[in-house]
Design a protein around this ligand. Structure first.
Ligand code: ATP
Ligand code: MG
Length: 436
């Protein structure tokens, strides 16, 4: 018993100590990456969020992973809240399932195919309709189990013809994909609205300027779909938005108005043209997969139904790049609080030379940790200017600066990432200001 407690305490100390920059590799760099065409890609490399491994494949470094996890957790939280349960499926999928749905032929070269040692064919999952349809047809015994709502957050692979803009259009990326199964259309319609609302909550919590538009279903199939876009000038998609903020994507607009003259469509229909980055896409699949893969169940009157399905994707890793496209200045990234790698950084001035500064900084750090404020202490042996540059580049929203005079007067200097003003805070006011 005592032994267990000791071990846990040690873990806790370890967790605390790792949020000191002297022990936490930051990987910031001064050089502009030469291949980066857009600001988010440049800043993600400079701020040490990710590193390219090969074309369209990136490793997440500690700061980048913290951001990814914060986004994942907001999504998790809202999925769990509507009663969608988390699962995890294998990333390598057998070709037989894709042959059943017909997509082994239809999907094209974006599907990365491979053979195992027995010469069986597989693909690296770009999406999971086949795998989950197979899972449910094996598990479903009664209509009473319906509706079923499941999601996963996992790596997807699409052999994009032109991977670019860093993790914005990668080959391997993190996606949240949810799938719903229903006895009839009415139930699918109801759940589609529930997901829409959950998506709106997610993007509001992410604190990003976004819009939802009517969209095309692409090769996923089905009848109705909506996309969620983060608004940014560098977006690849053209959105046409009315005065109430409701929009359609350009592909749909071309069909609806029978022209591809975007100016003409906007003028005649009182729509505004904006650029968007697609960060989410929800679909009513209907019975496309349940029919081709034979997923059906008898209702209370013993009538057999192919299940109605929906699928609901979010580009988790793409959201990081989209958020940066919307929030930066000449010094670096400016994170919305919800997804910032840390809420606060404590920057110690010459703590390595001044015992009083070191002790005082550590006491403030402990106080914030105990109040569960997400803080990192920059106790590196480096110049104040360099530390400030790093944290402005990384984009943490709040700075606490501690030097000799702060330590002697039992106060701190407080500065926000945005703006130049500095405030002096008395020791007892620090937590209140940070949590307000
Ligand atoms: P796009 O039109 O950008 O190629 P898509 O319509 O093919 O995307 P979906 O199948 O709808 O993508 O996938 C769900 C989400 O996954 C998308 O809304 C997007 O945010 C994200 N996503 C898709 N492809 C990529 C990629 N290559 N890199 C990063 N994120 C991606
Ligand atoms: Mg899409």
């Amino acid at each position: 018993m005592i032994h267990t407690i000791m071990v846990n305490l040690n873990n806790y100390r370890f967790l605390k100590s790792i949020m000191k920059a002297s022990k936490y590799p930051l990987f910031t760099q001064k050089n502009e990456p030469s291949d980066a065409e857009i600001i988010s890609h440049k800043l993600m490399i400079k701020a040490g969020l990710v590193r390219q491994q090969s074309s369209g494949q990136y490793s997440f470094l500690p700061i980048g992973l913290r951001i990814l996890k914060k986004i994942e957790n907001i999504i998790r939280n809202e999925m769990n809240a509507i009663g969608c349960a988390e699962i995890l499926m294998p990333s390598i999928q057998p070709c037989e399932l894709w042959q059943e749905s017909g997509r082994w032929n239809d999907y094209g070269p974006e599907l990365l195919r491979l053979n195992d040692r027995h010469d069986r064919e597989y693909c690296v999952g770009p999406t999971f309709e086949e795998v989950i349809t197979d899972l449910i047809r094996k598990e479903l015994n009664s209509y009473k189990q319906l509706p079923i709502n499941l999601y996963q957050i996992s790596s997807k692979f699409r052999d994009e013809i032109r991977p670019r803009f860093g993790i914005m259009r990668a080959r391997e990326f993190t996606m949240k994909d949810a799938y719903s199964f229903h006895l009839d259309n009415t139930c699918l319609d109801d759940w589609y609205e529930i997901y829409k609302e959950a998506y709106n909550k997610i993007f509001l919590r992410l604190q990003l300027e976004y819009t939802m538009v009517d969209a095309d279903s692409g090769n996923i199939g089905g009848s109705k779909s909506n996309e969620f876009h983060v608004i940014a000038d560098t977006g690849e998609d053209d959105l046409l938005i009315d005065k109430d903020g409701i929009g359609i994507n350009f592909e749909i607009a071309k069909e609806r108005y029978k022209t591809d003259n975007i100016e003409k469509i906007c003028n005649e229909n009182n729509l505004i043209h904006k650029k968007g980055i697609e960060v989410g896409h929800i679909f009513k699949l209907g019975d496309k997969y349940s029919k081709s893969m034979n997923l059906s169940i008898a209702d209370s009157e013993n009538n057999n139904h192919f299940l109605q399905m929906g699928c609901y994707g979010i580009g988790v890793s793409r959201i990081i790049a989209a958020a940066i496209e919307q929030n930066y200045d000449t010094n670096g990234i400016i994170w919305p609080k919800s997804i910032s790698p840390f809420d606060v950084v404590i920057i110690e001035i010459d703590g390595d030379k001044n015992e009083e500064v070191r002790k005082y900084s550590e006491s403030i750090y402990e106080m914030l940790i105990n109040r569960e404020i997400d803080v990192i202490l920059d106790d590196r042996n480096a110049k104040l200017g360099n530390k400030l540059n790093d944290w402005e580049l990384i984009g943490v929203p709040k700075f606490i600066i501690i030097g000799k005079s702060e330590a002697q007067n039992n106060e701190v200097t407080f500065k926000k990432r945005e703006g130049a003003e500095k405030d002096t805070l008395k020791h007892d006011d620090i937590c209140n200001v940070l949590t307000s």
